[in-house]
Write a protein that binds this ligand. Structure first.
Ligand code: GLN
Length: 468
């Protein structure tokens, strides 16, 4: 699929209309139906918007900066009068009364929203197998998972059904599926994009971000989504888009020891080191750095995010929000039965774990220690990024693994998040770059973590090194 800008040029030259662009996306959505990517396709709406934009073009009116780009939404982003369920039975048929700030900005700038895509329930998972709609398959190899939790978004881009798909990243849910499906995926700086209208998982970790085959489209969508302040998310920070200084004397810190047999498959190791050599050949200075805190990251991440999730998900109680059991005979049962029936196994595991780590006897032993680890790693990354423009590490230890079922044990997958959870603990922006195929011919990923609010720097570096 061409980039938004290239498509726009074709439209301007009269080679294409937006209606044709939408129609070809709809055809590819049909062709990839066996992958179970879309939960809902907004066929008529998308065509109506395309028609409007085509009229604008023929009237010589200027278009907003999304230039008619086709966008898919993860099923945890609110869009007014549209169903949003976080892939959970507890939110079955829930219709959103408002639109997420990020989505609204895209609409205001003439994006065309084409549909709602599958994900793991409440964005908890790594394979898009924990969904009430069934598993999504990787369009590059249907025996494999597309990654998760934003696997539907990555697959939507890989199947060329849209220019950009939005996902959310709490511990890697944009970067890991991007790596499994061979696309770019950006987790912006924490606070860069308002979380208003994103169904919360772990609020101090969650960020909305884009997937695309085009670096320019990643940049365009992120700029638009963060273009205005948002009064509804007090953790959002409105900052001007930082365009980079010239790409000379770029300094990269490489956590090369992570691309070793201890942590990664052979093909991920090889492609990582090849890209590091390529960076040197491009004139970048690459220095190897040790990351000794790495072995604490998964524990810190899973303690803190489950704690936050247990609190965030308490609103789904059958009274305020969500499915209400018809078997309940008293108030207590309304809560217990509604939640037992509505939540899937993995979500229940995390709520249990979260309430445990927050409970009075265990708070100091788990939650407080994990917070200390979080502060430590944040200071460590800040210190490195004073001297370096970016930190390099792999995105995921393997290529796409086999799809798992709804009832599988989530814990087995937790270890594979080791390289992505770090940037959510620290809040720094992080980009996954397609990094050439593994032995199984499926893509691997290369990850760059940058200074706060310097997303463009990462995109510029990515542009320079290009995929292998
Ligand atoms: N795989 C991670 C988890 O299950 C990441 C989830 C996410 O980023 N939403 O928690």
């Amino acid at each position: 699929m061409k980039s938004i800008e290239a498509t726009w040029q074709d439209v301007q030259q009269g080679l294409l209309t937006f209606t044709q662009v939408v129609n070809s996306c709809l055809t590819r959505i049909e062709e990839s139906e066996h992958c179970n990517i879309y939960i809902e396709v907004y066929r008529e709406e998308a065509l109506a918007k395309a028609k409007k934009l085509d009229e604008k073009v023929s009237n010589g009116e200027a278009l907003g900066s999304m230039l008619g780009g086709i966008v898919a939404l993860k099923d945890n982003l609110c869009y007014t009068s549209h169903t949003v369920t976080a892939a959970s039975a507890i939110l079955k048929d829930f219709v959103s009364p408002y639109t997420a700030t990020a989505v609204q900005h895209l609409l205001d700038e003439d994006a065309i929203i084409i549909g709602r895509v599958n994900c793991d329930e409440f964005a908890m998972g790594s394979a898009t197998g924990f969904s009430v709609y069934g598993a999504t398959l990787n369009p590059l190899d249907t025996s494999r998972a597309p990654g998760g939790s934003s696997g539907g978004s990555a697959a939507a881009v890989a199947a060329k059904t849209c220019h950009v798909a939005l996902g959310s990243d709490t511990g890697g849910s944009i970067r890991q599926p991007a790596s499994f499906c061979g696309t770019y995926g950006l987790k912006p700086t924490y606070g860069r994009i308002s979380r208003h209208g994103l169904i919360a998982f772990a609020s101090s970790f969650d960020q909305i971000g884009p997937f695309s085959h085009s670096i320019e489209d990643i940049s365009r969508a992120t700029q638009v989504m963060s273009s205005k302040p948002c009064a509804y998310d007090s953790t959002s920070i409105h900052r001007a888009w930082n365009t980079t200084k010239p790409n000379t004397n770029l300094r990269i810190a490489s956590f090369s020891h992570l691309a070793s047999a201890e942590y990664c498959n052979e093909d991920v190791q090889k492609n990582y080191h090849d890209t590091i050599e390529k960076m040197k050949a491009c004139g970048m200075t690459v220095e190897t750095k040790e990351f000794t805190l790495i072995d604490y990251m998964l524990s810190a991440y899973y303690i803190l995010t489950t704690a936050e999730a247990s609190s965030n998900l308490s609103r789904f109680d059958g009274m305020r929000y969500g499915h209400r059991s018809d078997k309940a005979e008293n108030l207590e049962e309304v809560y217990t039965l509604s939640r037992s029936e509505g939540f899937g196994k993995e979500v229940k595991n995390r709520i249990m774990l979260g309430t445990f780590v927050l409970s009075s006897g265990h708070y100091d032993a788990y939650y407080e220690k994990a917070m200390r680890a979080r502060h430590k790693v944040r200071s460590f990354f800040d210190a490195i990024l004073e001297d370096f423009d970016a930190i390099a590490l792999p995105t995921s230890p393997t290529t796409a693994f086999a799809q798992i079922t709804k009832d599988a044990d989530g814990v087995e997958q937790y270890n594979a998040d080791i390289f992505t959870v770090v940037a959510n603990l620290t809040g720094h922006p992080a980009l996954s770059i397609p990094n050439g195929p593994g032995n199984d011919n499926l893509p691997t990923g290369f990850q760059l973590v940058g200074r706060m609010f310097e997303e463009q720097q990462l995109l510029d570096i990515a542009k320079e090194i290009k995929p292998l």
